[in-house]
Design a protein around this ligand. Structure first.
Ligand SMILES: [Zn+2]
Length: 170
């Protein structure tokens, strides 16, 4: 079990006081102004807005470990494409991703070593073959009946050492 620890967040709450004092995004629309949804990894080296000249209000950003197209990403894309103005989807994996750097058993062992538990057979979605994984994720979006027809989907890879993307699945 884990629990809350109030002091652990003092820096964030102090920063929020300053942020709210000069808040400039009031009245922003919930629709994605640039019609974009970007599915990417939780990797803290990636700045999804800055990397593409985007600002708050422009895009839906969906993040998880690896930037994988999971059931919940499809759920979010179903809502975003039907109701929130999304017309184009980018699935963006990246170089030196922890999820691609080790096989599923090693990844599982790493999680368990920290004291966490995982159900038997639980798939953490390690990417033994990053190229195949990106292609599979793009296909999942393209073939999902939950995503509005007419939406375009592409697969990119972001280089965490140069900031440049390459189009891997046009
Ligand atoms: Zn990653």
């Amino acid at each position: 079990m884990t629990g809350g620890a109030g002091d652990a967040y003092a820096d964030l709450l102090a920063a929020n006081d300053a942020y709210a004092a000069s808040f400039a995004l009031a009245g922003l629309e919930a629709r994605a102004a640039k019609g974009l949804a970007l599915v990417t990894c939780i990797d803290s080296r990636i700045e999804p807005l800055a990397a593409f000249g985007l600002v708050p209000g422009d895009a839906k950003i969906l993040r998880n470990a690896g930037g994988r197209v999971t059931h919940d990403v499809v759920r979010s894309l179903a809502v975003a494409t039907a109701l929130l103005g999304v017309e184009r989807v980018v699935v963006m994996h990246h170089s030196r991703c922890a999820m691609a750097g080790m096989a599923e058993p090693a990844l599982r062992a790493g999680v368990l070593a920290g004291g966490a538990e995982l159900p038997d057979g639980y798939d953490l979605l390690a990417m033994n073959d990053p190229t195949a994984a990106l292609l599979e994720d793009v296909r999942r979006v393209r073939e999902s009946p939950m995503v509005r027809p007419g939406v375009v989907v592409t697969g990119w890879r972001y280089d965490v050492d140069t900031g440049r993307v390459s189009v891997e699945v046009p």
